[in-house]
Write a protein that binds this ligand. Sequence first.
Ligand code: PHE
Length: 356
Amino acid sequence: MVDTLKAEALRAIAAATDPASLEDVRVAVLGKKGRVTSLMRDLGGLDPEARKIRGAALNLLKTEIAAALDARKFELQDNALAARLESERVDVTLSARPTSEGRIHPISQTIDEITAIFADMGFAVAEGPDVEGDFYNFTALNIPPEHPARQMHDTFYLPDAPDGTQRVLRTHTSPVQIRTMLSVKPPIRIIAPGRTYRSDYDMTHTPMFHQVEALVVDEAVHMGHLKGCIVEFCRAFFDIDDLPVRFRPSFFPFTEPSAEVDIGCMRSGGELKIGAFGDWLEIMGCGMVHPKVLANCGIDPTRYQGFAFGMGIERIAMLKYGIPDLRTFFEADSRWLKHYGFAALDQPSLAVGLSR
Ligand code: PHE
């Protein structure tokens, strides 16, 4: 009796091809009204000696069937997984479909290129808000309320914040310098790409544009570091090994000394070419972080020095990719994007190339 039951149960288990039919077998054999269970119930009518022998046999039977059920369950799970892996197989070595119509905007591509170059030099990316407090955009940067530099920024003023402080759309990415120095201790090495706003509109100005800021603060940082870093960046970005880079004395309230950076170029017949051609083109502002700015951020200027620079992203993208009119960046013209945009998989890296 026990042997036949065992043989039948094992056959049924082997025949189950999915979890549901396997569960049916379990219920029919081991469930409350199952065959083994009812045999167990019959034990009560036997005399003690026979009950002992039969009980032991039934317990063994139960264990064996439970083990067989488990084994079959895992087998079915394995089979299901194998079938799924087979049916969902993807050949990751296939090349991407060239049918995608979308293009990466030159601004995004240029930000990725800049980030790749500075990441290689050990810079992290920092961010700040577009709607900025007057303190961060001006005052902490050594531009007090009546300073003439405020007029030059064509600032968009916004209604006061709930705490009564003046809010503006940031006119440059330099407030990210302040936010960074207030929140982390030196050594600091960041770049901050992002949107900036000035009330201005013509061939070379749009009310919203992009800048990238760089800030380094550490002990024993000097102007040689600033110079080396910028020369290295310019040559990598334009991919011209002998690109001439020149530093011209200038003024910014938040750096001292300050300089403007020119790169070599050639102008002929309305065309502009970057390279060692004898003419010069201004591309960014820079300088050593003003001691007052360090102090405004709780950094001891007798112990730490820093350098910073900032440049317009549209401007360097126009120069690199020969885009003549700034305003076209923001017209959302799909023909323009098709012409000047980049394929989604062309991620710039120093290893593969920055601009292919
Ligand atoms: N914030 C300056 C501008 O918008 C650029 C700059 C950044 C100059 C950092 C010096 C240092 O013109």
